[in-house]
Design a protein around this ligand. Structure first.
Ligand code: SAM
Length: 247
C-alpha cells in the first residue's frame, strides 16, 4: 500500500495527477480552494506527502477552526513524517501534535514536528496511554492501516476519548471496497455498513432496533460522508423535541 492508501500496483494509478501539471492550479480550478494548505503541501521538501487533492479543502473545512490554537491533534499513520510536518506548519506552534505508527522506524520522526509513539491502532491500552500523554484529544485523523477491523477498533477506543465538540476524521475509505483491507462492496465489514448502523443509532428515536453501540451512539451527532473521507461530530445526543408556534 502506498502513502495515499492505495494498493501499489493496481489500476488505481489512473488517479495519479500528471507530474507536469500544477497542483495549486488544479486545487483552485477543481475545488475553488486556495487556502494556506496548498502552499504548505506543494512546498514540502525533503519528505514525502501523498494526498488526494480533494482532501485539502476538507481538512481546511473541518480542522480550520482549530488553527493557531493549542489543539490536541492525533494522527494515526506517520509513515515518512510528511503529514506531521504539514500539520505543524498549518496548525502552528501551539498545537500538540502526536502521531502513532506500528512501524518502529517511524521513531526517527519523534520530536521533530510532533511526538511519535509506536504501537498499533487496534491496541486499546496503547491508544489510551497516548491520549493520556496528550492531555486529551480534540482531533483524530485515521490515516493508518486502513484495515476495516483497525479503523473500527480505533474508533471504538478513541471516539469516547475525544473532546466534546471535537472532530474524528477517517481518510482513504475507498479501502472499504477492497478485500485486501478487509472490505468489499457487499462485505459486512465494509466500514460504510458500520456507519449505516451508527446512523441508525443516531435515529434511535424513530425505529425499534436496539443500539449497536451506545458508548459511541450517545455522542455521535453528525456524520459527513465525502469521497473516501468520513467525519464524525462529537456532542451530547439530546432527545429531539418539536414545538409549534404561530396561529
Ligand atoms: C498511509 S501511511 C500514513 C501516511 C502519513 N499520514 C502521511 O500522510 O504522510 C500509513 C501508515 O500506517 C501505519 N500502520 C499500518 N498498520 C498500523 C497499525 N496497526 N497501527 C498503527 N499504524 C499502522 C503504516 O506503518 C504506515 O506508516
Amino acid at each position: 500500500m502506498d502513502a495515499a492508501g492505495l494498493p501499489r500496483n493496481d489500476a488505481m494509478r489512473k488517479f495519479n495527477f500528471p507530474p507536469d501539471r500544477d497542483i495549486a492550479e488544479d486545487l483552485a480550478q477543481s475545488f475553488g480552494y486556495t487556502g494556506d494548505l496548498v502552499d504548505i503541501y506543494t512546498s514540502t521538501k525533503g519528505t514525502l506527502i501523498h494526498k488526494w487533492h480533494h482532501y485539502l479543502p476538507l481538512y481546511d473545512r473541518y480542522f480550520g477552526p482549530w488553527r493557531g490554537k493549542p489543539v490536541r491533534f492525533l494522527e494515526i499513520g506517520v509513515s515518512r513524517g510528511g503529514s506531521l510536518s504539514m500539520w505543524r506548519r498549518w496548525f502552528g506552534p501551539e498545537a500538540v501534535i502526536f502521531g502513532i505508527d506500528i512501524n518502529p522506524r517511524c521513531r526517527v520522526h519523534d520530536g521533530i514536528d510532533g511526538q511519535v509513539r509506536i504501537g498499533s491502532q487496534d491496541d486499546p491500552k496503547f491508544l489510551k496511554r497516548v491520549v493520556e500523554e496528550m492531555g486529551g484529544v480534540d482531533i483524530v485523523l485515521d490515516d493508518g492501516s486502513h484495515q476495516m477491523a483497525h479503523v473500527r477498533a480505533s474508533l471504538e477506543v478513541l471516539f469516547p476519548q475525544l473532546t466534546v465538540g471535537g472532530v474524528y476524521m477517517i481518510e482513504d475509505l475507498h479501502t472499504a471496497y477492497m478485500s485486501g483491507f478487509g472490505g468489499g462492496l457487499e462485505s459486512p465489514d465494509n466500514f460504510f455498513r458500520l456507519l449505516n448502523r451508527l446512523i441508525d443509532d443516531m435515529h434511535r428515536w424513530y425505529h425499534p432496533q436496539p443500539m449497536l453501540n451506545s458508548n459511541l451512539g450517545r455522542w455521535m451527532t453528525g456524520f459527513h460522508v465525502h469521497d473516501s473521507i468520513v467525519v464524525i461530530d462529537k456532542a451530547p445526543v439530546l432527545r429531539p423535541t418539536t414545538s409549534k408556534v404561530g396561529p
